[in-house]
Design a protein around this ligand. Structure first.
Ligand code: G6P
Length: 361
């Protein structure tokens, strides 16, 4: 096992640090002559409506992609938790496509969702990491993520790989529909291949900062993770990671929704981890954070250089274009949870009560 960990203390840490390679591998052969190459999608019509079904971290990747699919490919998207979807009486429409996202390809609830879609005659696209898995076999078409085996129970690099492929799918469908603006396509295809080197250079610094902050906040019993737009699903993921491996209660929330109740919980013992990146929603997030601060809440905020709201602990990440910022945010929340769990002496790779793949209901 020590050899498999490549000198890292835990599989989770190794897998977080593998993300630059994962992005590279996911892009290999997928961008050619200014075009996205995803032949797996050729047999399917561009969906008129997309239902994404998944669990856990894969569900968060689906939520993240919804913003892009709607904005760039103009496809209406609903993202469903598989265990809810399977017992609802969903309405399907002509032109629907069900997209299931699963690292393992064996999650029972997601598999059940596929069977429901099949009975309703809806085509199914699988986004899986494990070749030949049940979900891959039962889908009409499969796109494989190239994350490599993920050993740590808490999923990290798999989400990164899902986000890359979901982004490429969005570009591909947007082009096929003729709705994607040329500048977006060009910028994205230009910047995506630069991302692995940027991330590789920055991961050690992100880890150091995560370590320092984890020690400073280790006595917190509860955390809010706040974001807006595409950072909202990343806030959900940050909260999930912290719960999973450090056993600290954490809630991911849409920053603009805090005022409708949760802000009542804020005091100096209930810190907030915010995503306050230099995007078009920054001013909105900044004013949400002022509300938190005014109630004595401590704040860690992921920010970009030169664009930070005034908070106790700004955590500066290097900038990237548009949605590519998310690929720096994701390892930051992962490493924060990791360092917190290490500091608190938890079993990082095998957290209590959790399984890598949930094959029973
Ligand atoms: C389990 C794992 C999670 C994972 C979820 C969905 O609960 O502990 O890390 O996100 O299953 O798994 P899947 O393989 O379907 O992506």
């Amino acid at each position: 096992q020590a050899a498999q960990k490549d000198g890292f203390k835990h599989f989770m840490l190794k897998e977080i640090f593998e993300q630059p390679k994962v992005i590279r591998d996911c892009l290999t052969g997928r961008i050619q002559k200014g075009r996205v190459v995803l032949p797996e999608l050729d047999a399917l019509n561009v969906p008129q409506r997309l239902t994404v079904v998944a669990c856990g971290t894969s569900y968060h990747a689906g939520l993240w992609a919804k913003y892009l699919l709607e904005s760039w490919a103009r496809i209406p998207v609903q993202v469903e938790i598989a265990s809810e979807f399977r017992y609802r009486d969903s309405v399907f429409l002509p032109g629907d496509l069900v997209l299931t996202i699963s690292q393992s390809g064996e999650t029972a609830d997601t598999l059940a969702a596929i069977r429901i879609a099949r009975e309703a005659g809806v085509p199914i696209l699988g986004l899986c990491n494990v070749v030949g898995s049940s979900i891959a076999r039962e889908s009409d078409a499969v796109v494989y993520t190239q994350a490599g085996p993920e050993i740590s129970v808490a999923s990290t690099k798999a989400m990164c790989s899902q986000m890359v492929l979901l982004l490429l799918m969005t570009l591909s469908w947007g082009v096929r529909k003729g709705v994607l603006q040329g500048e977006i396509l060009e910028r994205c295809l230009h910047d995506l291949p630069l991302l692995p080197d940027q991330l590789e250079a920055e991961l050690p610094t992100i880890r150091e900062k995560a370590k320092t902050l984890s020690q400073e906040y280790a006595d917190a019993r509860s955390f809010f993770f706040l974001g807006r737009g595409q950072n909202f699903p990343l806030a959900l993921e940050g909260a999930l990671k912290l719960k999973e491996i450090s056993y600290i209660h954490a809630e991911g929330y849409a920053a603009g929704e805090m005022k409708h109740g949760p802000i009542a919980l804020i005091d100096q013992h209930f810190p907030t981890f915010a995503m306050a990146l230099g995007d078009e929603l920054l001013q909105k997030v900044a004013s949400n954070l002022q509300e938190v601060q005014a109630r004595g809440g401590r704040i860690i905020a992921l920010v970009n250089p030169g664009a930070s709201p005034a908070v106790e602990n700004p955590w500066v990440l290097s900038d990237a274009w548009g949605p590519l910022k998310s690929f720096l945010v994701l390892p930051a929340v992962q490493l924060f949870a990791y360092e917190m769990a290490v500091y608190l002496g938890k079993d990082v790779d095998q957290p209590r009560n959790l399984a890598k793949s949930v094959t029973v209901e």
